[in-house]
Design a protein around this ligand. Structure first.
Ligand code: F6P
Length: 364
């Protein structure tokens, strides 16, 4: 029997459990592999005693319907830059990759499948350079990985955001208000753009198009002077004004090196109120609701297909590579290519035109 180690790293995302279940089912079908989960990304296998769980048909049955990940995840488990508290209580970064690789080998794992976003796949690539037989499965609600047309979790996030947007439309209309909804997405505006089109927003502000507040206020005034005198705005957390800066802060969680976006919706509210005090403005921040709960059917299917493909790659020895959904096919891309480029929305993307033609202002 060959042994596969599966882990989920970075932020959670609807569909992770469907990938795990699919890998386990394919592996059991082959009869030649057993699958183990490392609890909390690589932390599980690096702990003493290790936290590993043998995954089988019984303990993965029905999990594709559930949000989150049954094997847990963390943003603080990079083995190349591992947070360790020294005697003075200060946090230091230590390279524990050699220890990790030793643990993988000592515990008899032949193959590692790392389900994660760009940060996790950078780690996959570095481990592959050090000789680990590793395969990547892309995940993120942000859809910001350029090597795949779509990531699972994204459609669920858009569905949740759209349903929330629909609710905000009826209350905006009742009060003649400007309602701003801030959505996730990091440096990409995919969730915002899709939600704005699905919901029918008047204004959509995304990181790819820094906005001019005068342009936003002009649109608000035009709406206030029409019969439909209310406004619904979708703003991506990574958006900013032309002469402004991003809202957020460095993570306060020890060992998490990321800048955490958040707060641009409130900044926009203050900007509109200053320029146009007649408008009644409110902000809603959707936050982690976008990542929780049950995945929509499309994400369950995409995640399941990616899990099956990852197992096939394991069987064929396609290491140092990542599963990719391209042109409606399951493809394989080298990890190095997968992490090379960030997936911003290109200005010639058909949805930019779709939005403009249906009356959505980007504030440019
Ligand atoms: O990458 C997924 C994501 O939800 C982003 O959209 C968001 O900026 C970030 O993670 C939030 O991170 P955390 O869960 O650590 O607050």
């Amino acid at each position: 029997m060959k042994k596969i180690l599966v882990l989920t790293g970075g932020g959670d995302c609807p569909g992770l459990n469907a990938v795990i279940r699919a890998i386990v089912r394919s592996a059991e079908k082959s009869g030649e592999y057993e699958v183990w989960g490392s609890i909390e990304a690589f932390n599980g296998i690096m702990r003493d005693p290790p936290e590993l769980i043998k995954l089988n048909f019984e303990n993965t049955a029905g999990i594709h319907v559930k949000g989150g990940t049954i094997i847990k995840t963390t943003n603080r488990g990079n083995p190349f830059s591992y947070p360790v508290q020294n005697e003075n209580g200060k946090w230091e970064k230590v390279d524990r990759s050699d220890y990790l690789i030793k643990s993988i080998r000592e515990k008899g794992f032949d193959i590692v499948i790392n389900i994660g976003g760009d940060g996790s796949q950078k780690i996959s690539s570095m481990l592959h350079d050090k000789g680990v037989n590793i395969i990547g499965v892309p995940k993120t609600i942000d859809n910001d990985l350029s090597a795949t047309d779509l990531t699972f979790g994204f459609n669920t996030a858009v569905q949740i955001a759209t349903e929330s947007f629909d609710k905000l439309v009826t209350t905006a209309a009742s009060h003649n208000r400007v309602l701003i909804m801030e959505v996730m997405g990091r440096d990409a505006g995919w969730i915002a753009l899709h939600t704005a089109i699905a919901g029918g927003a008047e204004i959509c502000l995304i990181p790819e198009i820094p906005y001019r507040i005068t342009s936003v206020v002009d649109k608000v005034k035009a709406r206030y002077n029409s019969e439909r005198n209310f406004v619904n705005i979708v703003i991506a957390e990574g958006a900013k004004a032309k002469d402004g800066q991003n809202s957020g802060q460095l993570s306060k969680d020890a060992g998490d090196p990321h800048f955490k976006y958040g707060g641009i919706g409130s900044v926009l509210r203050a900007q509109i109120e200053q320029e146009y005090p007649e408008a009644q403005v409110r902000t809603t921040v959707l936050g982690h609701i976008q990542r929780g709960g049950t995945p929509v059917a499309f994400d369950r299917i995409l995640a399941t297909a990616m899990g099956v493909k990852a197992f096939k790659m394991a069987e064929h020895g396609d290491f140092g590579k990542m599963v990719s959904f391209k042109n409606n096919r399951m493809e394989i891309v080298p990890l190095k290519d997968a992490i090379a480029k960030y997936n911003h929305i290109a200005m010639d993307n058909y949805l930019i035109e779709t939005a403009r033609e249906t009356g959505i202002t980007f504030g440019d």
